[in-house]
Design a protein around this ligand. Structure first.
Ligand SMILES: Nc1ncnc2c1ncn2[C@@H]1O[C@H](COP(=O)(O)OP(=O)(O)O)[C@@H](O)[C@H]1O
Ligand SMILES: Cc1cn([C@H]2C[C@H](O)[C@@H](COP(=O)(O)O)O2)c(=O)[nH]c1=O
Length: 266
């Protein structure tokens, strides 16, 4: 039975790599896929993985009709044995309905890949519809990790190095690239930095002086506390701890202040 499968996870957990592997294995057996994406970091009409692999893809713009496109292609004599849709979180709900119709009416497997929630922990419309319609939801096996070592389940957005919780839902960008094992505040420039600048208080800036937008994957605990790797490091090192009867903070009081209220986990 053909299926609509939603491969979901955080940013940087290997979704695009898996999409490329599925494409590779099937095309190696003579099958023909139709590959779609939207707003990949590598540019229009590309599906790219951080492992360095890339392939051509059909850019599914706003208003693009997947079902009509497949029907037109098949009617014109093109072959399609399966469909891959990367960055599916960016698709509209009706486009996900079209993907489901491709499964039901054209009998093709559809493999959709996308992050489930945005930087505010809210479902993207495309992901919400996939959760509603998919025959199967697969969570990627390779765990993306929070800086604390726990499984990363949430995506944080940073502007100028600081985590923000307001701004446009869609801002194409990348996760931080820590240098030499240290969390770096600077991130790859995003394509619409103005849209997400709300809430910035300074920090890393790009060549044009604009605050740079980046992403970092976190566990829920640290997403809730807005504690990115650099914020955690700053809290641990900061001499600006709560004053205790005007006394200078000791190493011990610093450590206590850096710990969370429940004292269990940094
Ligand atoms: N230099 C590297 N060596 C090994 N694995 C890497 C390297 N760089 C990235 N990866 C792997 O690639 C994954 C990101 O793959 P990608 O398909 O781009 O993710 P996604 O599409 O989910 O954002 C990382 O979680 C990591 O497992
Ligand atoms: C959390 C979040 C992410 N995005 C963007 C950033 C990237 O361009 C993609 C995710 O790509 P990946 O291959 O899964 O790393 O989504 C966004 O626009 N808004 C967000 O809230």
């Amino acid at each position: 039975m053909p299926e609509l499968v939603f491969f979901s996870g955080t940013m940087d957990c290997g979704k695009s790599t898996l999409a490329l592997q599925i494409e590779h294995n099937r095309s190696a057996r003579g099958l023909q896929g139709m590959i779609f994406t939207r707003d990949d970091r590598a540019g229009e009409g590309r599906l790219s993985s951080r492992l360095g692999l890339e392939t051509d893809a059909i850019e599914a713009h706003e208003g693009f009709d997947f079902y009509a496109y497949l029907v037109a292609q098949l009617s014109a004599g093109s072959r399609a044995d399966y469909v891959i849709a990367d960055e599916a979180q960016f698709l509209a709900a009706e486009q996900i309905d079209q993907l489901a119709r491709i499964v039901d009416d054209l009998g093709l497997d559809v493999f959709a890949f996308g992050i489930t929630t945005d930087f505010r922990s809210r479902l993207f419309p495309g992901s919400q519809r996939l959760v509603e319609l998919a025959d199967r939801i697969e969570v990627l096996q390779v765990e993306a990790l929070c800086w604390c070592g726990a499984r990363a389940t949430h995506n944080a957005r940073t502007v100028g190095g600081r985590m923000v919780v307001e701004g446009a839902q869609v801002v194409v960008g990348d996760v931080h690239k820590p240098a030499h094992g240290e969390g770096a505040d600077d991130a790859a420039p995003a394509s619409e930095p103005d849209a997400a600048r709300d809430g910035t208080e300074g920090g890393a800036t790009g060549a044009d002086g604009a605050a740079e937008v980046g992403y970092e994957v976190l566990c829920r605990r640290h997403h809730r506390r807005r504690m990115t790797a650099s914020a955690a490091r700053a809290a641990t090192l900061s001499p600006e701890v709560l004053p205790v009867d005007g006394a200078q903070p000791t190493t011990r009081t610093r450590a206590v202040v850096a710990a969370p209220a429940n004292g269990l986990h940094p």
